[in-house]
Design a protein around this ligand. Structure first.
Ligand SMILES: Nc1ncnc2c1ncn2[C@@H]1O[C@H](COP(=O)(O)OP(=O)(O)OP(=O)(O)O)[C@@H](O)[C@H]1O
Ligand SMILES: [Mg+2]
Length: 205
């Protein structure tokens, strides 16, 4: 068994993932826990290169299966070369997005077969899974309004609203299917209130 804990944060664009991860990392530091913060797609040298291919608006023609496979390629690199070594060294790892996002975006958004995604999950993760997944849930409108002022949208952010409604709905159904691991938090309220709920969940780890 690894010594550190593995926490993932997911949710639609603008749900507040980056904001809450900043607070989580400070909280863990205050408790004297050493944290490795990472993100998906990316988080490793190879993974960040895959990320730039995935998010490049020039790549409009990318096949959905290619997108899925690139997500899992980036994830494999991250798990094998970063997350597992860090956990074994006693660090806690906090990841901005993880495998649930492949079910939500490629399964829900792109409407790829969820069983095929589960096969890739088996292949790349085996029995490995997060100790805790925080699903920050907000309506697509609220999430979009929060990030409206950002300069440019990436390839996936260019999708239409129905795409993100499907994404959100798969996230919610996964939290219902895996209630022990995935904790759904209403992320429409104040930053500090959401953070207090997250702290309680982290304390119970
Ligand atoms: N609970 C909240 N209430 C109001 N605004 C918030 C809340 N949480 C975050 N924000 C603001 O909304 C914007 C998006 O937040 P943030 O970048 O944390 O979201 P994200 O989930 O990381 O987005 P992305 O999916 O694009 O990475 C930021 O300007 C942030 O300050
Ligand atoms: Mg973010």
């Amino acid at each position: 068994m690894s010594k550190g804990k593995f926490i993932t944060i997911d949710g639609v664009e603008g749900a507040g993932k980056s904001t809450q991860i900043d607070l989580i990392c400070s909280y863990l530091h205050r408790k004297g826990i050493e944290v490795v913060r990472t993100r998906e797609p990316g988080g490793t040298e190879v993974g960040e290169k895959i990320r730039s291919v995935l998010l490049d608006v020039e790549n409009q023609e990318m096949h959905s299966d290619t997108e899925l496979l690139l997500m899992f390629s980036s994830r494999n690199e991250l798990i094998q070369n970063k997350i597992i070594p860090a956990l074994n060294d006693g660090y806690w790892v906090v990841s901005d997005r993880f495998t649930d996002a492949s079910f939500a975006y490629q399964g829900g958004g792109r409407m790829l077969n969820l069983d095929r995604i589960a096969e890739l999950e088996d292949w790349v993760l085996g029995d490995f899974k997060p100790d805790l997944t925080l699903l920050l849930d907000v309506s697509v409108e609220v999430g979009m309004a929060r990030i409206e002022s950002r300069a440019a949208k990436d390839r996936i952010e260019l999708e239409e609203r129905e795409f993100f409604e499907r994404v959100r709905s798969v996230f919610i159904s996964r939290s219902e299917a895996f209630p022990e691991r995935i904790k759904l938090l209403d992320a429409s309220g104040a930053v500090d209130d959401i953070h207090s709920k997250i702290r309680a969940l982290i304390d119970s780890l």
